[in-house]
Design a protein around this ligand. Structure first.
Ligand code: NAP
Ligand code: MG
Length: 405
């Protein structure tokens, strides 16, 4: 079978532990036998980050900026325990956080649906893509415990201007306060990334907040979203995509009755809560992908789960594992399809779709890893090993490539 030529390189970011093992198998069995693709390879494994004083992470982010499409394996974010385990110079910061801040991007999470896993929320038939704003609010809040009566004020001293004072509360006894902030630039980038993602996924866009109560803070978000969706109105309406602002409580109630198939943009805290609600409502972490979208339209695809540490230790002991590779495979198909779309090479997009069909075909035929067994109807009697599942996908992919349609 002749390989399909990919016109522009894809940036590949390798990672750690069990996902690194899976990564190599996916590349060897599902990608390289079929695609003639130049991969700009960056090893983001924790040892290489340590050796390069983390320069490799920054370089990889700039490469995604240059080429426009990247695919990333899960990586360890080291804490004190990992510094000890891997004998690191220090606890390097999260690679995902760094790449996100270099590309000024937003992370969107999207579940992979199959017929024989019913979401916990029965009405959900299509993915709900969730976009969480990742700057400010309570995550950069300043807090103070008030232990006796006193006035707490917000003081704004503009550069070269007169100060403004606002009474927060006149305390008659003990209490507590918090000050939060956000930046217009960050909110605008978020809104643009949401629009880019909605256009890319061809789904309607919701944004929800609580501007009836927060008439300045949340209203500011709402008006930035309105400005940006208006500025991109022609593209959105050309793609048949509608934009809706909803109050957060109304949106939450509607989301559980909805069939899905929309992008839900949320402020930081709401996104923190609802991304976990949506993830567990759809089933399994092993079936959740994520994509980082920059306001300029650069894309980085990855699995939403971590490096599956416990399985890796079993693998090191020589024990068989049954780790779900679906989200990592979909990171690759997401990148391949996006590359084909940007390059204008439909045969590359078609390959990505065929590989996805091979994965879904396996699962729907009951060939799955252990984590999915309890979620399935009917319940399969056995499960595959990590490699057994990837081999089954490769077999199905080869036959789909020979007999398309
Ligand atoms: P994890 O990798 O998300 O796995 C936690 C547990 O969830 C696993 O032990 C496993 O449960 C289940 N699980 C997750 N993904 C699975 C899959 N693909 N197939 C089957 N089961 C799966 O979290 P962790 O093991 O606690 O974290 C390991 C490292 O990942 C940490 O160092 C963290 O920094 C990193 N991390 C990286 C990213 C990223 O790069 N995007 C995201 C999150 C965490 P059972 O043990 O019950 O089988
Ligand atoms: Mg959370």
């Amino acid at each position: 079978m002749a390989k399909i030529k990919v016109a522009t390189p894809i940036v590949e970011l390798d990672g750690d532990e069990m996902t690194r093992i899976i990564w190599a198998m996916i590349k060897a069995k599902l990608i390289l036998p079929f695609l003639d693709v130049e991969l700009k390879y960056f090893d983001l494994g924790v040892k290489m980050r340590d050796e390069t004083d983390d320069a490799i992470t920054t370089e990889s982010a700039h490469a995604i900026g240059r080429y426009g499409v990247g695919v990333k394996c899960a990586t360890i974010t080291p804490d004190a325990e990992r510094v000890e385990e891997y004998q690191l110079k220090k606890a390097w910061p999260s690679p995902n956080g760094q790449i996100r801040s270099i590309l000024d991007g937003t992370v969107f999470r999207k579940p992979i649906l199959v017929k024989n896993i019913t979401p916990a929320v029965r009405s959900w038939q299509k993915p709900i893509i969730l976009g969480r704003h990742a700057y400010g609010d309570i995550y950069r809040g300043v807090e103070l415990v008030v232990d006796r009566p006193g006035r707490v004020e917000i003081v704004y001293t503009p550069a070269g201007g007169a100060e403004t004072r606002l009474l927060l509360h006149d305390f008659k006894g003990p209490g507590v306060v918090m000050g939060i902030h956000n930046l217009e630039k960050s909110i605008r980038s978020f809104a643009r990334a949401c629009i880019t993602c909605a256009l890319s996924e061809k789904v309607d866009l919701w944004f929800s907040a609580k501007d009836t109560i927060s008439k300045k803070y949340h209203a500011f978000f709402k008006s930035v979203f309105e400005e940006e969706t208006r500025a991109h109105g022609a593209e959105l309406s050309h793609a048949g995509i509608s934009y809706r602002y909803m109050l957060i409580d109304d949106a939450a109630a509607q989301a559980v009755k909805h069939e899905g198939g929309f992008l839900w943009a949320l402020c930081n805290y709401d996104g923190d809560v609802f991304s976990d609600v949506v993830a567990s409502g759809f089933g399994s972490l092993g079936m959740m992908t994520s994509v980082l979208v920059s306001p300029e339209g650069q894309f980085e695809f990855e699995a939403a789960h971590g490096t599956v540490r416990r399985h890796y230790y079993e693998h090191l002991k020589g024990n068989p594992t049954s780790t779900n590779s679906v989200a990592s495979i979909f990171a690759w198909t997401g990148a391949v399809k996006k590359r084909g779309e940007l390059d204008g090479t439909p045969e590359v997009v078609r390959f990505g779709e065929t590989l996805e069909a091979a994965v879904i075909g396996c699962i729907e035929a009951g060939t799955v890893t252990k984590d999915l067994v309890p979620l399935m109807t009917p319940r399969p009697r056995a499960h595959e090993t990590t490699e057994g599942f990837i081999d089954a996908v490769a077999g199905r992919l080869r036959s789909l490539m020979r007999n398309p349609g």
